[in-house]
Design a protein around this ligand. Structure first.
Ligand code: CP
Length: 356
């Protein structure tokens, strides 16, 4: 099958709600600028990628010859490996930069590193940085596409999208409207929570953020502003330290890691006390609906924010989240690289459009 035919076949599966939706973003830095029809397009494209991953040979030539570079200034297992696996599944050439062994250790700036990688042929950059906003700076100087794999406390858009995809797989009709989604843990330091606020309220979920007051700082102001109709069409979200109220009748429960590496002293008396008061154990999970799913973006601190038996229980979909991360990132690479528009142009009998 030719590249164009393969790409066109991918798009043929799109629902009527996404037909005609054109992907217009050069970068994906957060989900706050992605409209609901565009999120739906990502979800439908991910469905197609899941179809590819179910084949005996999980590889298509959609990004043949395109060059994807990962640049991670912070540790990662899931995000980096799934970016690289996703790129290889689409037949892209992949370069992985480990900053610990790069010229970053000699004092090279982020801007110089980005310019160097571009000069070496990078076209799509999947990056993570400990400083909030770093991918936005990268996007200003890089001539290709930037995919944010997590910046500081700020955003983790690909995680939010794989979380949404996983929830849709488990909720009836894939519809989050009115569904109670609870995120419990270290909200303050969580880029996952911040990106999920945008995507889950866009999906119409009844979102609850729960944790000790010291780890919810600023969220109540945000929730109040949101309630005032900040974003037309978005659902509101709730902020509470009452874990029982949060978990009662929940459809989805997501635990977040206590990020000790980002924590200054005084936010928690001890990890043991946190586990006792907020840790997701079997008794607390039983407050949720019987069919509720349990999620965690990883990496987990078992015995702190989630009990080991809950993490491997029949309700847990944590490894599904990881697996879906490959398909979601394949979809995003495909859309950012312009393959979706190329396929549309091919379907419309105007391949010249594809090269714009
Ligand atoms: N969820 C997540 O970002 O995991 P990694 O830090 O392993 O990439």
């Amino acid at each position: 099958m030719s590249v164009d035919t393969e790409a066109a076949a991918l798009v043929r599966g799109s629902s009527s709600s996404t037909q005609g939706v054109v992907w217009r973003h050069r970068h994906l830095l957060d989900v706050d600028v992605v409209s609901w029809p565009e999120i739906d397009l990502i979800m439908r494209t991910t469905d197609e990628m899941k179809g590819i991953l179910a084949r005996p040979i999980r590889k298509v030539p959609a990004l043949n010859g395109r060059r994807v570079t990962t640049l991670f200034y912070e540790a990662s297992t899931r995000t980096r490996v799934s970016f690289e696996t996703a790129a290889r599944n689409l037949s892209a050439d992949v370069v992985s930069v480990a900053t610990a062994t790069s010229s970053v250790t000699k004092g090279e700036s982020l801007v110089d590193t980005i310019r160097t990688l571009e000069a070496l042929g990078a076209e799509i950059l999947g990056m993570r940085h400990s400083v909030s906003g770093a991918p936005y700076l990268a996007a200003e100087v890089f001539g290709g596409h930037v995919l944010n794999g997590g910046d500081g406390w700020h955003a983790h858009p690909t995680q939010a999208l794989l979380d949404l995809y996983t929830m849709r797989q488990h909720l009836p009709s894939g519809d989050l409207r009115g569904r109670k989604v609870v995120i419990v843990g270290d909200i303050l330091h969580s880029r996952v929570a911040r990106s999920n606020i945008w995507s889950l309220t866009a999906a119409g979920a009844d979102l609850w953020l729960c944790g000790p007051a010291t780890l919810l700082r600023g969220m109540d102001c945000w929730a109040t502003a949101w309630d005032g109709g900040a974003i037309p069409g978005h659902g509101r979200f709730n902020v509470t330290s009452d874990v029982q109220e949060a978990l009662r009748d929940a459809d989805v429960v997501m635990a977040l890691r206590i990020q000790r590496e980002r924590m200054q002293g005084g936010l928690l008396p001890s990890l043991r006390e946190y586990a006792a008061r907020f840790g997701l154990n079997a008794e607390r999970v039983s407050l949720a609906k019987p069919e509720a799913i349990v999620m965690h973006p990883g990496p987990m601190n078992e015995g702190v924010e989630i009990a080991p038996d809950v993490a491997v229980s029949g309700r847990a979909v944590i490894t599904e989240q990881v697996a879906n991360g490959v398909a979601v990132r394949m979809a995003l690479l495909y859309l950012l690289a312009g393959a979706h528009e190329a396929a549309h142009a091919h379907e419309a009998g105007n391949p010249g459009e594809a090269s714009r």
